[in-house]
Design a protein around this ligand. Structure first.
Ligand SMILES: *Cc1c(COP(=O)(O)O)cnc(C)c1O
Length: 375
């Protein structure tokens, strides 16, 4: 029974089936659940950021389009400023895309399993969702996507490359065919491109319907600061500016991102280390019985295990927090580990081996007993 003198009427009907986003960030020794960079911005760079922050006027509204940062990103990518838009994380820009290209009577083509934010945004904006699921190996069903798009009613598509949470790049040839075959807005989400070292950027000149999404949250260690950007045709950027919150990128974030971007070459050794560790972790995972690991071009690896929920909990009990995706559609039995530091990855692998060995012992108590007798 409510104790309020007055209750509130229901929210908009499209919210009825929406579950609030809960990343389940729990305290842990090894935080391997959110695809962040394990190394924070280093001391010298932090000092440089602090010096720059001293110049910021807190009483003034920020530059709506973050011109300093915008210019830097435009120049680094060989495009003009009107082809760049900065957002409060990539997530804000994804929502802006749904507002501008989705809506009632409009249609979004999704390729699950992929980043859940896309579907959520479509739902919130009353956009119709058409899903073309990936195959067993989590590769895009290219023929089915091209065929569906040829029907002409799709307004926007998001190709995640590398795909989160499954890990692989999309085929460049497929993206080009898609761009050629439709005038729908084709968003290529390159949140992890610094780890794949592949981008579709060279095609910006040729395709007005291509929009590339990037973020400072992963390779550049700024998940806490909330900065992302898109690269696209001036006409597309202009539409996104119409729907965005004018002051979404605050003055502090603009300064932090500028200093980091100016010094982005300093992040290169950390990125290379993550790429090297990705290979090591993948090879180790492949050697663990009962584990199926999926190859990755990003800074995380998806893997399938029996009794995934129990394995997740047992890893957590050992101080290792990974992402449990086993309840998500198409991802039964799947967990995802972010590539951390060498020590964190080793702790994760040791814990996983330990947990799975224990499960096997529970399942075959007599067999392992006789094995231990032999030993
Ligand atoms: C992390 C991520 C983003 C953007 O994250 P922000 O922190 O909001 O910049 C976008 N797309 C995918 C697939 C991601 O994993």
């Amino acid at each position: 029974m409510s104790t309020y003198a007055q209750t509130v009427r229901s929210s908009a009907p499209q919210l009825a089936d929406v579950v609030p986003y809960d990343p389940k960030y729990l305290p842990a020794d090894a935080f391997l659940s959110a695809n962040e960079n394990p190394r924070d911005v280093d001391e010298e760079l932090r000092r440089q950021i602090m010096r720059a922050l001293r110049e910021v006027s807190f009483n003034r509204y920020p530059d709506p389009l973050a011109h300093g940062l915008r210019e830097m990103i435009a120049e680094a990518n060989g495009v003009s400023q009107d082809q760049v838009l900065i957002g409060n994380g990539g997530d804000e820009l994804l929502f802006d895309i749904a507002l501008a290209w989705g809506g009632p009577g409009r249609t979004f083509l999704n390729m699950p399993p992929t980043f859940s934010v896309y579907e959520n945004n479509a739902q919130l904006t009353n956009t119709t969702i058409v899903s073309i699921p990936r195959d067993e190996a989590f590769d895009i069903d290219e023929a089915a996507v091209l065929k569906r798009v040829s029907e002409g009613d799709i307004d926007y598509v998001i190709v995640t490359s590398p795909n989160n949470p499954t890990g692989r790049l999309a085929n460049e040839q497929f993206i080009i065919e898609l761009l050629e075959s439709t005038d729908a807005l084709v968003v290529v989400d390159e949140a992890y491109f610094e780890f794949s070292r592949k981008t579709i950027r060279p095609y910006l000149e040729r395709f007005e319907n291509l929009l590339i999404l990037r973020t400072f949250s992963k390779a550049f260690s700024l998940a806490g600061v909330r900065v992302g950007y898109v690269l696209g045709a001036p006409r597309v950027i202009r539409e996104l500016i119409k729907v965005r919150q004018p002051y979404s990128v605050d003055a502090v974030s603009q300064v932090v991102a500028q200093v980091v971007y100016e010094n982005r070459s300093q992040f290169e050794p950390g990125i290379s280390a993550i790429i090297a560790e990705r290979t090591r972790v993948f090879n180790e995972l492949k050697r663990i019985p009962k584990v199926v690991a999926y190859p990755s071009d990003a800074n995380y690896i998806l893997f399938r295990v029996p009794q995934a929920e129990r394995v997740w909990q047992a890893l957590y009990d050992r101080g290792i927090l990974v992402r449990d995706l086993s309840g998500a559609p198409y991802l039964e039995g799947c967990l995802r580990t972010t590539i951390g530091t060498e020590e964190q990855n080793t702790a994760f692998l040791d814990a996983l081996r330990d947990v799975l060995a224990q499960l096997v012992r529970e399942q075959f108590p007599l067999q392992s007993q006789s094995e231990s007798l032999k030993a």
